[in-house]
Structure formats: structure tokens, C-alpha cells
Design a protein around this ligand. Structure first.
Ligand code: AMP
Ligand code: GLY
Length: 419
């Protein structure tokens, strides 16, 4: 097929890499220094993206990030008779509006943290009185992964509310807030493909959101991931299907919505059972950089089956191997970073190592940094420890000024497997 990938991060490079293995002809808008067929089109310009697909006779477009989907990319493509893999704007509210997602979970009986939704500052502040802390305050709208604040005490929660609802640090995304119970446990990401009725899951994975080893430091977009995550046992995966995905699809249907695209459930495995932290309407980043290398089936065919409502007839095969990705981030990330620094070393990889580009661009014959997360180095192996050793061996050969990375990616998974 002729396929256009929308986006420019490590996830999009991983999508391109998986699709290239199956012989598809690819474009990436706008892509990065690791992707081929880059075209300079703004990911929010749905008309220009659709025009490109018509002109180049593209068979399938795949949206990487959430923003274009929440803005209606799938609707605009459908209106022009073009195939795009991703939910409509109404269904993508599952990610784009946390208040919508929480209410839907509550009516569907999906296990999630107890919560309340507020659109008025005074009411939100009053609610904090007499609550137990820590509590979590979340901007309801899209805030680039930064709109979740864990508040150890009431003063912290009041500050978070002021930031979101009064100072509008997150813009309109923070005018509505969700305040919820703090959950303790191990996090796992379950990424499924959905055609509206059937969900087929990729390998369960675990992200590492904090900047520093030992889960210290500020939250980031994700500093590394591995799959499969042993915390997601067969029992957990069955519970996710029965207690999360099936009731979710039924509830969406009651709302008159059909969900076609990636459905990502971020879970907390607590002592009292699993709880859904969030839904996303896209592949995770860096989770994609570990789950896609373990997918043997052709992702392009799977996406098409989702769009055409026949995923139930298609098998999804995994390799049965293990993958671990270490993110190399710019100095200063997740705050202010420098760009344009030359990157040296093996920026491609080999049989069991893939270097996924994220914030990179070409500058003459050099590759330079151009974003917070620069590269995701994925090692693949027959065990998690083999995958880890391959990833870190490759990381050691890549340099750029100020580079930061975690040295303990996979720690929890290795502890489970006795490694
Ligand atoms: P979210 O975007 O809602 O998934 O939140 C981002 C991150 O914040 C999650 O991956 C968790 O690490 C953390 N988080 C979110 N909600 C909670 C909660 N209720 N309790 C504890 N941590 C949470
Ligand atoms: N790595 C978390 C996410 O993509 O939402």
C-alpha cells in the first residue's frame, strides 16, 4: 500500500519502520531525520494532508499524535472518501477530554480512581476541604502530558487549581479540571487496535515517565519502555478485556459512537485491582518503539481491517520476543532545551537494535538535535535482559552534548522475571 504517516516523533519512526518491513511505500508528514519520504505539511492542516493523499494516490493514512484526531482529522478524511486510521473527533474525546472519559467510565462501570469534575474555581477549592491527601489534579483538556499534578497536601492542590483555572498555565485545557483519588501501584500500558467491535491487543508495555533513575525527578513524555511487561499477567489482560474494553465499547455505542483506531488504556495495578488512569486514542510514545518491533503481522493490513470493520477476521501475531527502548533526551529536558547540536555514532542500528529518531533533523550531511526527546534506542532479544543489554550497548556509542538518559529502564520487569 501507499501509506502516509502523520507526525514526527519516535512513535512515527516506529510506525514507518514496522510498515517498511512489510514492503509498503511510505511518506511521513513532516517526519524526522530517521524517516524517509518526508513531506513538509502541518499535522493540523487536514485539508493539505488530504490533498496530498489524493495527489499521491495514498491508500491509507495513519495519525501518530492525538491533536489532529481531536481536531477532526478522521472526520475530514472520511468526508473526502479517504482512509485514515484513527477515531473521529467525537470518539477521540476519550483522550481529549478527561472529564468525558471519567464520566463514561463511571457509567460503564469501568474501574477507575474516584473523581469529581469542576469548571468553577471556588467549587473546586471547597471540594478540597476534608479530603484525604495525596490527591491528583488534572487539566481536562490536552496538555501535552503535563496537565497531571500529584498533590501531597491541600496547599499543593490549591496551587494546582490556581495554575490551571486562574493563571491558565495550560490554556483552555485547564479551565475544566478533574480531581481524583491518588492510586498506588505499578503502571502498565495496554495498546489495542479497534474496529468498533473487536479489540486486538499488542504486547503489554511499561513506560518510565520520570526523568531520573529510580523514578525520581520531573515527569516527562517518557524516558524509556519495555515489552512485554510481566506485571500484565494473562489474568490482568483478560480483566482488561472484560472490565475495560468490552464495557467501553458498549458505552460508546450507547452514546452513538463507534470507535475505530488505537485504543490505549493506561492502567494502575493497585492492591485493590486494576484501575484505568487514562485512555489515549493513539500509540504511546515510547511504548510504540517497543510494541511495534514485536509485532510480526503487517500493521498496514491491521489498520485497514479496523477501518473496514473486519478486525475479527484478522489474526494478530507477535514475535514472542522482548524489546526495551532507552530514550536519549536533550540537556535541560523536560524544560528549556538547546537545539541544533550534532549527534554522532550509529544512528541506524542492526538486526537486534533499532535507533528510532524523534527530535532529530538533517543539517547538510550531519544529523542534529531538534527536540526534547532526541532518539529512542530499542534492543530486541529473547529475554528482557538480552534486550536491555543490546539497547544500552548501542546507547554507549551515541553522543551529543548534554545528552541525558536513564540507566534503569526495565528495572521492574527484570525484578519480576528474576533478572
Ligand atoms: P494521565 O495523563 O491521566 O495518565 O496521567 C499521567 C501520569 O500521572 C500517569 O501515567 C500516572 O503516572 C500519574 N497519575 C495519573 N493519575 C493518577 C492517580 N490517580 N494516581 C496516581 N498517579 C496518577
Ligand atoms: N508514553 C505515554 C504516552 O504516550 O501517553
Amino acid at each position: 500500500m501507499r501509506i502516509l504517516i502523520v507526525g514526527s516523533g519516535g512513535r512515527e519512526h516506529a510506525l514507518a519502520w514496522q510498515l517498511a518491513r512489510h514492503g509498503h511505500e511510505l511518506w511521513c508528514a513532516p517526519g524526522n531525520a530517521g524517516t524517509a519520504g518526508n513531506v513538509e505539511i502541518d499535522i493540523l492542516d487536514s485539508r493539505a494532508l488530504a490533498d496530498f493523499c489524493v495527489r499521491e494516490r495514498v491508500d491509507l493514512a495513519i495519525a501518530g499524535p492525538e491533536a489532529p484526531l481531536v481536531a477532526g482529522l478522521a472526520d475530514d478524511f472520511a468526508a473526502r472518501g479517504l482512509r485514515l486510521f484513527g477515531p473521529t473527533a467525537a470518539a477521540a474525546r476519550l483522550e481529549g477530554d478527561k472529564a468525558f472519559a471519567k464520566r463514561l467510565m463511571a457509567s460503564a462501570g469501568i474501574p477507575t480512581a474516584e473523581f469529581a469534575v469542576f469548571e468553577e474555581f471556588d467549587a473546586a477549592r471547597d471540594y478540597l476541604r476534608g479530603r484525604r491527601f495525596p490527591l491528583v489534579v488534572k487539566a481536562a483538556g490536552l496538555a501535552a502530558g503535563k496537565g497531571v499534578i500529584v498533590c501531597p497536601a491541600r496547599a499543593d492542590a490549591e496551587r494546582a487549581l490556581t495554575q490551571m483555572m486562574r493563571s491558565q498555565t495550560f490554556g483552555p485545557a485547564g479551565l475544566k479540571v478533574v480531581i481524583e483519588e491518588f492510586l498506588d501501584g505499578e503502571e502498565v500500558s495496554i495498546i489495542g487496535l479497534c474496529d468498533g467491535r473487536t479489540v486486538r491487543c499488542l504486547a503489554p508495555s511499561q513506560d518510565h515517565k520520570r526523568l531520573l533513575d529510580g523514578d525520581e525527578g520531573p515527569n516527562t513524555g517518557g524516558m524509556g519502555a519495555y515489552a512485554p511487561a510481566p506485571a500484565a499477567t494473562a489474568e490482568v489482560r483478560q480483566a482488561v478485556d472484560e472490565q475495560v474494553f468490552q464495557p467501553l465499547l458498549a458505552e460508546l455505542a450507547r452514546e452513538g459512537l463507534e470507535y475505530r483506531g488505537v485504543i490505549y488504556a493506561g492502567l494502575m495495578l493497585t492492591a485493590r485491582g486494576l484501575r484505568v488512569l487514562e485512555f489515549n486514542c493513539r500509540f504511546g510514545d515510547p511504548e510504540a518503539q517497543v510494541v511495534l518491533p514485536l509485532l510480526e503481522s503487517d500493521l498496514g493490513e491491521l489498520c485497514l481491517a479496523c477501518i473496514e470493520g473486519r478486525l475479527g477476521e484478522v489474526e494478530l501475531h507477535g514475535s514472542g520476543r522482548h524489546a526495551l527502548c532507552v530514550v536519549l533526551a536533550s540537556g535541560g529536558y523536560p524544560d528549556v532545551i538547546r537545539r541544533g547540536l550534532p549527534i554522532t555514532g550509529d544512528l541506524v542500528g542492526g538486526d537486534d537494535v533499532v535507533v528510532f529518531h524523534a527530535g532529530t533533523k538533517r543539517d547538510g550531511d550531519r544529523v542534529v538535535t531538534s527536540g526534547g526527546r532526541v532518539l529512542g534506542v530499542t534492543g530486541i532479544g529473547d529475554s528482557l535482559s538480552e534486550a536491555r543489554d543490546r539497547a544500552y550497548a548501542a546507547v554507549a556509542g551515541i553522543e551529543f552534548e548534554g545528552r541525558q538518559f536513564r540507566t534503569d529502564i526495565g528495572r521492574r520487569g527484570l525484578a519480576h522475571s528474576g533478572g
